[in-house]
Write a protein that binds this ligand. Structure first.
Ligand SMILES: [Mg+2]
Length: 436
């Protein structure tokens, strides 16, 4: 472990929901839930206002609606998220060339690899960074942790979250970590937590009473070894600028093309549960869930979604796999199905929870507007009206669409309802140009 606090972890606060509140003035200070809006949708991010009602990421959207019926439920605008992420990652690269993004809203930075890093000025560096992020993204806030290891930097960024920072002074790592719940250790998922609870382990200090061998009997040798070390804040993993994609997947080729959606859904769920078992057996958890399908004509698609937090939970993975399959057109049937989870989220992943887009290579691509019209308006989507100007879809159904006319710079705006096929209304790009 290094002797200076020179690994920085930055995590944007309630990222997707914050981008929505930034761009939709009427939602500021209100509960907002971003995620799958369909019957089987899963929450991706909840604003802090929604979290007060018990809404959490990876919860089913149905449960979130039951807990917080007055929240705004939005389908997500990946272009806008990617733009904000690009701005933040570029700012981090000004600190050091060694930046390891974990997802759109989270990254490690090896400050010591930067040109003029001064360990005496970490506090100033952090406050300048956080202020710049907020200014350049037009109001998003970030939480930052700095420590001598990745483990402690990540934990430190949670301590004063949201909109805060914590610097772990070298030498104090074990003291900072000791009183925390074992779930503070990244990778300790629900299954491991439950097994540890049965051993009477709640905090990291409790964990330190056990030898690695003792733990191994309960959580498996691999998990035990890493738990033993991490409980003592012993972590020398380097910040890796190039992502190493670790993934666990299960796939199956069928003897005959399968066309029955119910049967395929059952298979996908079963595969997801097998992936979860393998994750747990290896002491891993992952955030990006990928579904792979091969059609009768050998055309192969993969479709992924990134959860806001890592999971090794069979139920969550099964629900996510099911949702991904729901979005696939089964056409003439499938000859192969696979489900995988990667430990490091692919942060340049395409739009994750929108409705399926038509295949682009064979059919001429319909305009954004036409695609939106074909699939119906999506809640939260950016639109423009020839008479009323720019706004966003507040809700739709029964042949009608309701739009709130406001933008990032405007005050809270009025709501108007139109026929869903009103030619005066069209979809609008979320960002005019995407920053590198
Ligand atoms: Mg975040």
């Amino acid at each position: 472990m290094r002797s200076t606090a020179s690994i920085l972890h930055l995590d944007l606060d309630a990222f997707f929901a914050s981008v929505e509140q930034r761009d939709k003035p009427s939602l500021r200070g209100k509960p907002v839930v971003v995620g799958g809006v369909g019957a089987r949708g899963v929450v991706s991010t909840a604003s802090y206002e929604a979290r007060k009602f018990g809404v959490r990421s990876a919860m089913s959207s149905a449960e979130a609606r039951a807990r917080c019926p007055h929240a705004a439920f939005l389908g997500g605008r990946f272009d806008a998220y990617r733009e904000a992420s690009g701005i933040v990652m570029a700012r981090l690269r000004e600190l050091s060339p060694v930046v390891q993004p974990l997802s759109l809203d989270e990254a490690f930075v090896d400050l010591a690899a930067g040109d003029d890093f001064d360990p005496e000025r970490v506090e100033e560096l952090v406050e300048e960074l956080r202020a710049d992020v907020t200014r350049r993204t037009h109001g998003l806030t970030a939480s930052v942790g700095v420590a001598s290891s990745k483990l402690m930097a990540k934990i430190a960024s949670e301590i004063n979250k949201p909109d805060g920072a914590f610097i772990v002074q070298p030498g104090t790592e074990a003291d900072v970590l000791g009183p925390m719940q074992v779930t503070a250790i990244p990778g300790v998922g629900p299954a491991t937590t439950e097994r540890l609870r049965r051993l009477g382990v709640a905090t990291v200090e409790d964990l330190r009473r056990f030898t690695a061998d003792d733990l191994g009997a309960h959580v498996g040798p691999t998990t035990a070894t890493s738990l033993y070390r991490l409980a003592r804040a012993d972590d020398d993993r380097p910040v890796e600028a190039s992502r190493e994609t670790k993934s666990i997947s299960v796939e199956d080729t069928f003897e005959t093309n399968l066309v029955d959606r119910v049967q395929l859904t059952a298979i996908a769920e079963q595969m997801a549960r097998r992936v979860a078992q393998r994750l747990r057996a290896n002491g891993l958890s992952g955030r990006t869930v990928t579904l792979k399908v091969r059609y009768h004509d050998f055309e192969t698609h993969t479709r992924s979604t990134t959860l806001t937090g890592p999971t090794d939970h069979g139920g969550v993975l099964a629900a996510t796999a099911r949702r991904l399959l729901d979005a696939e057109d089964l056409g003439g049937g499938l000859r192969l199905l696979g489900v995988g989870v990667s430990g490091l989220a692919d942060w340049v992943q395409d739009d994750l929870f929108s409705e399926p887009e038509p295949e682009e290579d064979l059919v001429p691509l319909p305009s954004r507007d036409e695609r939106a019209r074909r699939r119906g308006w999506s809640p939260g989507q950016d639109v423009t009206h020839t008479e009323h100007g720019d706004g966003w879809v507040w809700g739709s159904g029964l042949g009608l669409v309701t739009v709130r006319f406001e933008t990032r710079e405007s005050p809270s705006g009025p709501v108007k309802t139109f026929p869903a096929d009103d030619p005066a209304l069209s979809a609008r790009a979320s960002v005019s140009s995407v920053e590198p």
